[in-house]
Structures are given as structure tokens and as C-alpha cells.
Ligand binder design. Structure first.
Ligand SMILES: [Zn+2]
Length: 440
């Protein structure tokens, strides 16, 4: 679009100069005519440079099957990338116009995946906040086709600046975050439950100050019976008009009360867990509880939030069959979950693929749906002009086992893998050297 405008401008300038040159020649002013011709020649060579530059594609993904939910694309399309952005999406873009061409035929080309539930404030302390239970974003995201991670409240208004300086500003993966209503974040200690530190105003101020990174407010660990922590987190999110992200370590609050307090657009994670600290979404007879269905109808969003204990087939399978589908595939990424049944976001997506969700439905939840839920509609699609965050995925066929948090297994014949991950036009993961030079 930008280039089309530039061509138009150059064309108009050339007409103006040609007209003036004609006038000068008509009135026999040779010096002025020579000057005008020189200017015109300069402009023409400038415009040709412009056109050549416009035609130069840095990276062309050729022959892949593009799935882009926002743009309703589910077919073979080439994707051209220039200067870190999607330059063109079309059925057949000539290879001659690109500096580098990668043959991705037989593979899925999708918007870079968004992992809605991670703990990435890694450090040397015990636990999650600046801790060893968190993971560095670049240690797991690129290899799973993920270009954006959303941290689930591992920091609060006191600790966010440190998180930003140490991790967010030093990661290739884009890191966004929910800010914990607890001032220190998900520290898993007494301090996290100190209500006096759960400051609505300071939380709102911090989210506003870092609005390019902070996407909402999180509540997720409180063992008391008072609703003050939940209500303060909810109030802050309301004041910001951003989602409230509800995690699970709230054993004294009933699930029904939590859902009743949540607004349309708020997100419940660990949706399909089966642990003592929260009521399950599916009852003992295998039916999704009516108040859970009602919450979904009202617009409350359900994130998988797999984690080490948050995903059970005896919840997820009946819920899926009865229409309680997750809106996003957050993994609750941390040191323990990544080595349990969860493994990677693609493994979680593969579980749903084998449960019967179609590929476009899965890709939508891994990209565009997630982007919309955090009000980042600049992400999760490959519209021309948008950032070139891309996942190139393969579907392996074979016999695979998928394990839940209770060590129960389903078998499947399809499994997603990330072949190529591209962040702002740069290849950050290349499983089989698709873009590498052949060794001779
Ligand atoms: Zn979590």
C-alpha cells in the first residue's frame, strides 16, 4: 500500500516537471531547460531506485498452506517479508524478486503463536518471581513456533521494573504480561498474600505506564476467605478496561462465585484442571456445570493453562464434546510443567488436534483469538504491513501418546512441530535447516 502511494507521488512529480520543461523549451530558455532536464533525470533515476527497492523481498516463504483466522485464509499462499514486516501475501510471488527463498511446500504457515500463560521472570531465587521455577522466554518459545509469550503475573507493581530490565528487554521473544495484584508478583510466600500491598492505584499506574507490555491484571494465589484480593484485581482491570486473568490457587473461593464476578473478556486459566483447590468445570456425571456454560455464553474466556496439574482428559474431553472449548492454549510454562505431560504449546495443540478440533480452529486459538483477548489486534495475523512474526509448522503422522496431568494417556496419529519460527522477519528457529546453506 505504502509503495503504491510512493509510485503515485513519483508519477505526479514527473508530470509536473515534464510540463514545466515543455514550457521552458517553448519559450526558448536553454539554460533553464538543461536544468529542468537534469532535475527530471535525477527524479527518474530516484524513482527507478525506489521501484527496485520496493521489489526487493528479504525472505519469501514459497508454497506453504497459509492459515490466518483474521483474514479468513486457509489455502496455499506465498508470504513475502521485507524489513521485518509482511510485505505481500499472494498465490504466486516470483522467486526472482526475493533475496532469499525458502520452500515451505507441504507445511503450514501460521501467524507466530501466542502463549497466553507463562512464567518467565527467571532468576536465581527460589520460586517463580526472579526465580528458578520460571523459564527464560527464548529457552522454550522459538522451538515451539511461539513469537509472543504473556507472563501470568510473575511480577507485581513493585517488581515489574526489574522484570522488564532483566528479562523483557533482553529477549528475542516478545514478552507481554499480566500484572499481579500482589505487589511482588507470584512469589509463593506470605508477602504475596499481604492485602495491604494489593494497591489498585499503583497497579493501574504501572499498567498505564507500561501499556505497550502490560495487558491486564492477574489474581492467582490467596488462601484466605476474604474477597478483597479478587475484588481489588477486578477493580484495577475495570479501571484499565483490560482483562482480569484468574489463576487457580484460590481454594476458599467457589468456582461459581469467581465466574459470577468475572466480566465478558476476563480469562479463567487452568480451565480443565481436576485438583482439590478448585471445583472442576465438569461434574461427577460428566456434564459441564450449567453456570460454567452460562459464563462462557456471557463472554468469559477459558484458557487451557495446562501446567503440571491443570489439564485432565476427564475434564477436557467431555467439555470439548459439550461445547466448552478453550479460547487459547496457554501452557502455564514453567520448569516443572515443561517436563511433564504438557511439554510444549504445540504438544497441547496436538492434543486438541487428536481430540477432533480442526487445524484452522487450532491455529485461530493459538494466534488471533489469543491476540484479541489481550487487546493486541496488531498481532496474531499476517496482514500485509503487519509484523512478520510467523510459525511454519509440520504435521507428523505416526503413533503418538499424549499425557495429561494425572498421567492418563490418549493415543493419536498427528503431531505438530515447529519447522521455522520467524520473529520480526528474522529466523530464530530452523529445525531442519530449511533456510540453511547446503553443505558441500
Ligand atoms: Zn501459572
Amino acid at each position: 500500500m505504502e509503495n503504491a502511494r510512493n509510485y503515485k507521488l513519483i508519477f505526479i512529480y514527473e508530470i509536473i516537471i515534464s510540463k514545466n520543461m515543455y514550457k521552458l523549451l517553448k519559450f526558448k530558455k536553454p539554460v533553464a531547460s538543461i536544468f529542468a532536464i537534469t532535475v527530471m533525470a535525477g527524479f527518474m533515476s530516484l524513482s527507478s531506485v525506489f521501484i527496485v527497492k520496493a521489489q526487493t523481498i528479504d525472505l519469501l516463504l514459497k508454497g506453504g498452506h497459509l492459515i490466518d483466522a483474521k483474514n479468513k485464509i486457509d489455502r496455499k499462499m506465498d508470504v513475502a517479508i521485507t524489513a521485518g514486516k509482511v510485505f505481500r501475501v499472494a498465490t504466486d510471488i516470483p522467486a526472482s524478486s526475493a533475496k532469499k527463498v525458502v520452500d515451505v511446500s507441504g507445511l503450514i504457515v501460521a501467524p507466530g503463536l501466542i502463549n497466553m500463560h507463562t512464567h518467565v521472570y527467571a532468576g536465581s531465587k527460589a520460586g517463580f518471581t526472579e526465580g528458578t521455577s520460571s523459564q527464560l522466554p527464548d529457552a522454550f518459545a522459538p522451538r515451539a513456533g511461539i513469537t509472543t509469550v504473556v507472563d501470568a503475573g510473575t511480577s507485581g507493581w513493585r517488581t515489574f521494573p526489574d522484570f522488564k530490565a532483566k528479562i523483557i528487554d533482553n529477549s528475542v521473544t516478545r514478552v507481554l504480561a499480566f500484572l499481579n495484584i500482589a505487589s511482588g508478583g507470584y512469589s509463593v510466600d506470605k508477602a504475596e498474600e499481604n492485602i495491604a500491598e494489593m494497591d489498585v492505584q499503583k497497579t493501574v499506574e504501572t499498567v498505564k505506564k507500561y501499556s505497550d507490555i502490560l495487558v491486564g491484571v492477574r489474581i492467582g494465589r490467596y488462601y484466605g476467605t476474604e474477597w478483597t484480593p479478587f475484588d481489588r484485581a477486578s477493580e484495577a482491570s475495570k479501571l484499565l478496561n483490560k482483562p482480569l486473568f484468574v489463576e487457580c490457587h484460590l481454594p476458599m473461593y467457589s468456582l461459581e462465585d469467581q465466574l459470577n464476578k468475572m466480566r465478558s473478556g476476563d480469562i479463567l486459566t487452568h480451565a480443565f484442571e481436576n485438583v482439590s483447590e478448585r471445583m472442576t468445570v465438569v461434574d461427577e456425571q460428566g456434564k459441564v456445570r450449567p453456570f460454567v456454560m452460562a459464563a462462557q455464553k456471557r463472554g468469559v474466556l477459558f484458557d487451557v493453562g495446562h501446567g503440571g496439574g491443570g489439564f485432565w482428559f476427564n475434564q477436557a474431553v467431555p467439555a470439548f464434546k459439550q461445547g466448552l472449548w478453550p479460547n487459547s492454549f496457554g501452557t502455564d510454562e514453567h520448569r516443572t510443567s515443561m517436563n511433564s505431560g504438557m511439554k510444549t504449546m504445540l504438544n497441547v495443540m496436538s492434543k486438541y488436534l487428536n481430540m477432533g478440533m480442526t487445524m484452522p480452529e487450532i491455529i485461530a486459538r493459538g494466534s488471533w483469538n489469543a491476540a484479541k483477548s489481550i487487546q493486541r489486534e496488531d498481532l496474531g495475523h499476517l496482514t500485509e504491513g503487519s509484523v512478520a512474526d510467523i510459525a511454519v509448522l509440520s504435521v507428523s503422522k505416526g503413533k503418538f501418546g499424549f499425557v495429561d496431568s494425572g498421567n492418563n494417556k490418549i493415543e493419536g496419529d498427528k503431531k505438530l512441530e515447529a519447522e521455522l519460527t520467524i520473529r520480526a522477519g528474522r529466523i530464530i528457529w530452523d529445525l531442519n535447516g530449511l533456510a540453511a546453506n547446503a553443505y558441500k
